[in-house]
Design a protein around this ligand. Structure first.
Ligand code: SF4
Ligand code: SF4
Length: 267
């Protein structure tokens, strides 16, 4: 593998099978003798949220499961774009799965195989043997006792994805132009410190499920529940007292729903 540590972020609707893709790649990497860490983030998909999977592959031990910038960003639904666009930079390879949604049905495959087509497509860009990925997929589905016909269709979808990979650049360009459909128009609450180095905290109420983990973990007690503003579950969201914040990034790291972003100016 050229990269010391390959960071992959997958994002889709709950039920699209993002986590299954990540689990198969994680298990394949393990079999191939690589270090691999996978952390799911189910978000609030029971209310129509976005499901994320953070995956890292490396020849060396991996320090921490989450990351800020992905080497490969895979997006499977329009709504996920807004959620994950900050995880990319100029070097990030973007796989816009949205452009492939119809492909499985065009090939007379079940819509349930969509994620395996994306897996085949993604595998083209990974330091993993395709045959080993396919074998791991088969093992996983056999354990789940899925019908032989559906297993066969999943294998065909995987091969279809590998074929499509050669046309990827044409589709990848689409990502930037896909409209973001968030009808709720949630605001983002931004606070910036006046002292140097400048610290900015952004809180996205549509993702905050009011679990309180960030408040518990903040080393300076800079976070508290709002008395006025509610989030996705109608419960109070987190607010920050920016004067107490030291920009350590702990809240961003522990938030299971990527509801907080921390930016600290380099001094
Ligand atoms: S960046 Fe650190 S100090 Fe600031 S709110 Fe988050 S956890 Fe607290
Ligand atoms: S911002 Fe805090 S309270 Fe809200 S989901 Fe994240 S960790 Fe939980």
């Amino acid at each position: 593998m050229k990269e010391d540590n390959l960071k992959i972020l997958l994002a889709g609707e709950g039920g699209q099978g993002v986590q299954v893709i990540a689990e198969i790649l994680n298990n394949t990497a393990y079999k191939a003798g690589l270090e691999s860490i996978y952390i799911p983030n189910y978000g609030v998909e029971q209310r129509g949220g976005v499901s994320l999977a953070y995956l890292q592959l490396s020849k060396n031990p991996i320090a921490y499961p989450k990351f800020k910038i992905a080497d490969i960003l895979v997006v499977l639904c329009e709504r996920a774009i807004n959620r994950v666009k900050n995880y990319s930079n100029r070097k990030t390879k973007i796989i816009n799965g949205i452009g492939f949604v119809e492909k499985v049905e065009e090939h007379n495959l079940s819509p349930r195989t969509y994620n395996m087509m994306i897996l085949g497509l993604l595998t083209e860009f990974l330091p993993l043997d395709n045959g080993l990925v396919l074998k791991t997929m088969e093992e996983k589905f056999k354990k789940k006792n899925i019908p032989a016909e559906l297993l066969n269709q999943n294998k065909q979808a995987f091969l279809l994805g590998r074929g499509l990979a050669v046309r990827l650049p044409r589709y990848a360009k689409k990502l930037a132009s896909v409209p973001i459909k968030d009808h709720r128009k949630w605001p983002t609450f931004v606070k910036t410190s006046s002292d140097k180095p400048k610290i900015t905290i952004k809180i996205n109420p549509q993702y905050c499920k009011s679990c309180g983990i960030c408040i518990y973990k903040c080393p300076t007690n800079a976070l508290h529940f709002s008395e006025k503003i509610t989030g996705i579950y109608g419960a109070p969201i987190t607010e920050v007292d920016i004067k107490k914040c030291i920009g350590c990034g702990m809240c961003e790291s522990v938030c299971p729903d990527t509801a907080i972003e921390v930016e600290k100016e380099k001094s």
